[in-house]
Design a protein around this ligand. Structure first.
Ligand code: FAD
Ligand code: NAP
Length: 544
């Protein structure tokens, strides 16, 4: 039997999260025949998969939503300041229906491989449903979509129920009457723990590294709040894009903490703590830059933890002390620390009693074995590169992305990698992505990709490629920006530190406002780092 004939498109998009959905809409608008492959059975990406109890956004919903269609904003009603997963997933569904996107999406279909055919000027893609090909391949595969299961010996032997927060069963899980172990204390665990605790007979939290967390102060939104946002949202979003590092509307810090009096310091930290949410980090403008400044913010949060948690030993174990605050994504919680005051919730400090094995019955630490009905792994993701390297695209000369990125990911503007023509990344490494309100960064990248495709159309070019020298300079610039801050001081997933063997490189670009300025300058110079070509190699046949 001969191989089936490949499905032929102008552009193939992988992933139907917020990035893939907007990309498809824009490609259609350009008159291109685009198709999306998505391994899930529906749209929403992150919000399709992360259905663990308590999952919700940490950027306010009014802002954590698309800006490209004002009618979406007019017709969608967010119920809470921080919407929960079902509502965000329903929003993705609403957008897909409103713009009739699903007819160009193949669900339950994984992209398994992709290879650039230089002679044909095509990406040849292998999907679980058969082959496909297109001159343009766009990876909207997500920065936090490749779940990471820790390599703990005996994990497969456990006879009870096993869950990962990022692959939560759609029918939900009933923990009533059960003794549950949770492993991990990152953002996912911090959201899940209070809700699981409300149900389970007993909950034992296995913590290796404590995290800083700020109360969300979540609340129902009123009509007045929604209307106030709608009236000025375009203006406020534009302000945040132009003036903030993370594209989140907030009041900007007025001064460095090192110039504040003790009273001013306390008042501003307290005001931000009472307001709640991640804009606590914007209390002063030197917090991520200076060790002494950072220590004030860290100590303020530790003091709050000590106030909330009644058992002093547990409180101390929950206080992060060995990395600066804000150098890992700050967590946002509802009653996380309070949960440790409940009589049936206990903390196991894995720094003191390391986790040794998972057994048939439960978990063994150096203090002994304990039996559980269920183990929840809240152990995170192979972030930023995992989903891309799962496909491991093969570029020019048969070179794999895993080879090109052996020392760490290299992508010009976080958008394209040299040697991989016509392959676009949305919020790839080297772009602000995970340090921002991601929907804003997604929209920026989708718009940048469309600009490139329009330039190609206008000049009759068939390929676009990042230039190696410009790419090297960009990667050096990304690293230099990180090195000027405290960020590299934490063993974070931003650094690849959560995955054994992953190169330790700070992956995202710090400062989306600065990134935008750089991109605008490059656009004004007609994109010197991206070469266009017709026919074979871009460098052989520059199209101007
Ligand atoms: P995703 O939503 O991850 O979508 C990628 C899609 O690609 C997935 O559906 C996946 O199935 C699919 N895919 C991947 N590989 C393949 C393949 N080989 N074949 C087929 N399909 C594939 N960001 C914020 O800014 N604010 C928040 O409040 C926030 N909260 C978050 C909460 C959680 C629990 C998590 C995990 C992340 C959160 N993030 C948040 C980050 C979030 O990932 C982004 O905001 C955004 O949803 C990413 O959209 P995306 O389309 O780029 O990627
Ligand atoms: P994470 O931040 O990477 O946390 C993983 C946790 O698992 C850490 O506490 C880690 O400990 C622990 N862990 C990993 N391997 C372990 C092992 N072998 N033994 C013991 N503990 C182990 O993952 P996440 O919580 O899923 O969050 C990832 C990102 O997703 C967040 O940073 C955020 O960007 C996003 N997110 C956002 C929200 C939100 O509030 N909207 C919610 C969830 C996720 P160590 O630190 O010691 O490695």
């Amino acid at each position: 039997m001969s191989d089936p004939k490949p499905a032929r498109f102008d552009a193939i998009v992988v992933g139907a999260g917020f990035a893939g959905l907007y990309m498809l809409h824009r490609l259609r608008g350009m008159g291109l025949n685009a198709h999306v492959y998505e391994r899930a059975e529906g749209v929403g990406g992150t919000w399709w998969w992360n259905r663990y109890p308590g999952a919700r956004c940490d950027v306010e919903s009014l802002q954590y939503s698309y800006s490209w269609d004002p009618e979406l904003e007019r017709d969608w009603t967010w119920s809470e300041k921080y919407a929960a997963q079902p509502e965000i997933q329903a929003y993705a569904e609403f957008v897909a229906e409103r713009h009739d996107l699903k007819r160009d999406i193949s669900f339950s279909t994984s992209v398994e491989a992709a290879e650039w055919d230089d002679a044909a000027g095509l990406w040849r893609v292998r999907t679980s449903a058969g082959p496909a090909e297109a001159p343009q391949l766009i990876l909207a595969t997500g920065c936090l979509s490749s779940t990471s299961m820790p390599d703990i010996p005996g994990r497969e032997d456990f006879r009870g129920e096993t869950y990962h927060t990022g692959l939560w069963p759609h029918e939900g899980v009933d923990f009533t009457g059960k003794k549950v172990a949770i492993i991990g204390t990152g953002s996912s665990a911090i959201q899940a723990i209070p809700i699981i605790a409300a149900q389970a007979k007993e909950l034992v939290v296995h913590q290796r590294t404590p995290n800083f967390s700020i109360p969300a102060r979540n609340a129902r939104l009123t009509d007045a709040q929604r209307e106030a946002w709608r009236a000025r949202s375009q203006e406020r979003r534009a302000w945040a894009r132009a003036n903030t590092r993370n594209a989140i509307v907030t009041t900007l810090p007025e001064k460095p903490v090192l110039e504040a009096t003790p009273e001013e310091r306390e008042a501003e930290f307290t005001r931000r703590w009472e307001t709640g949410g991640i804009t606590f980090s914007a209390a002063f403008n030197d917090l991520a830059l200076d060790e002494e400044a950072n220590a004030y913010a860290a100590e303020f949060v530790r003091e709050r933890i000590r106030e909330i948690v009644k058992d002093p030993e547990t409180a101390e174990a929950l206080c992060p002390k060995d990395y600066p605050i804000f150098t890992k994504r700050i967590c946002v919680d509802t009653d996380y620390f309070e949960t440790f005051n409940l009589p049936h919730v206990r903390l196991v400090n894995l720094r003191e009693t390391p986790l040794e094995t998972v057994t048939e019955a439960g978990v063994r630490t150096s203090a002994g074995e304990e039996a559980y009905d269920a183990i929840v792994y809240a152990t995170g993701f192979d972030a930023m590169t995992g989903a891309i390297l799962n496909i491991d695209p093969v570029g020019k000369g048969g070179r794999r992305m895993s080879e090109a990125w052996a020392e760490g990911p290299k992508a010009y503007l976080g958008l394209m990698t040299a040697g991989f023509p016509n392959l676009f990344l949305i919020t790839g490494p080297g772009s602000p992505s995970v340090l921002t309100n991601m929907i804003v960064s997604i929209e920026h990248h989708v718009d940048m990709i469309c600009e490139q495709l329009s330039r190609m159309q206008a000049r009759g070019a068939t390929r676009l490629e990042a230039q190696p020298e410009e790419q090297e300079a960009w990667v050096a610039h990304v690293n230099a920006r990180a090195s000027a801050t405290l960020y590299p001081r934490a063993a974070s997933w931003y650094m690849g530190a959560n995955i054994p063997g992953k190169p330790r490189v700070f992956m995202p670009y710090i400062g989306q406002d600065e990134y935008r300025r750089k991109v605008a300058e490059l656009a004004a110079k007609d994109w010197p780092g991206l070469s266009m070509g017709k026919g074979r190699a871009a460098s052989d046949a520059a199209a101007g």
